[in-house]
Design a protein around this ligand. Structure first.
Ligand SMILES: [Zn+2]
Length: 259
């Protein structure tokens, strides 16, 4: 994987956003592989397809690319708020590639957020465009990836370093089971993943997770068995290799692409 963009392709374009689009799309096409099955290369959809940019012809996963120059941040600008919410609710969103690049036009971070991690909670409504704007009243959205569990941020390149392809594929495949879950049980598992992420220790106990009981009760006010739910979800995370069982009531976080 070569991290430098093919700058020659920028010739003939004057708009910065067009140049960025051409260079980043070409980079993904020439350098990326499918994070699900490892297939090389990814295929591009024809231009202006409303949803995805790339697909894998072996496993049929679809990918949308968002890129940004400069530092990695948690907020990604996206299109219309209502369209995004609709896509999430109807399970029609693709996986999401996020790429950041430096001033010298080289990739610094390239990660995939698998589509099962997209919930309406990570979509933030922007203010409507002002009356003087060309599209006055239009409401866009931001994707706030600080609300995405660590298991849902699978880096292929992190801080200009390549992550082992096997780690990427394993991390991507580990959470595919979430796609088969009802939205309620997926919600619980994602919430528990986020709680575990917030524990600032590699090894943690059941008691550490119980500390989130009040927070979870606010979200699930009708559930009187929060502790039971916590234990159940930890069991799921353990069975799926997302956390490791150490000893009775003690667990360990598993590392992802962020090694
Ligand atoms: Zn594939």
């Amino acid at each position: 994987m070569n991290l430098i963009f093919n700058k020659k392709l920028a010739q003939g374009y004057s708009s910065k956003s067009q140049i960025a689009r051409v260079l980043t799309e070409n980079w993904v096409k020439e350098n990326s592989y499918c994070p699900c099955c490892g297939e090389i290369p990814l295929n591009e959809f024809e231009n202006n397809r409303p949803v995805a940019d790339f697909y894998c012809k072996k496993c049929n996963e679809e990918f949308e690319l968002k890129s940004k120059s400069g530092k990695f941040s948690n907020t990604i600008n996206d299109g219309a708020y209502s369209t995004m919410i609709e896509r999430i609710n109807s399970n029609q969103n693709p996986n999401f590639f996020f790429l950041t690049y430096s001033k010298i036009l080289a990739v610094e971070n390239f990660l995939i957020i698998p589509k099962q991690f997209f919930t309406t909670e990570i979509i933030v409504k922007r203010n409507p465009l002002s009356v003087t704007a060309r599209r006055a009243g239009w409401v866009g959205c931001n994707i706030d990836i600080s609300n995405v569990a660590e298991a849902g941020k699978v880096f292929l390149v992190k801080d200009s370093k390549l992550i082992d392809k096997k780690i990427v594929e394993t991390s991507f495949n580990k959470t595919l089971f979430l796609r088969e879950k009802s939205s309620e049980s997926k919600g619980w598992i994602l919430d528990l993943m986020t709680c575990v992420d917030l524990i600032e220790k590699e090894t943690f106990s059941l008691e550490d997770v119980y500390k989130f009981e009040d927070k979870l009760r606010l979200k699930y006010p009708n559930n009187n068995f929060i502790k039971d739910k916590i234990r159940q979800q930890l069991q799921v995370l353990r069975d799926k290799g997302i956390i490791e069982f150490v000893s009775r009531g003690n667990y360990k976080k598993m590392k992802y692409g962020n090694i």
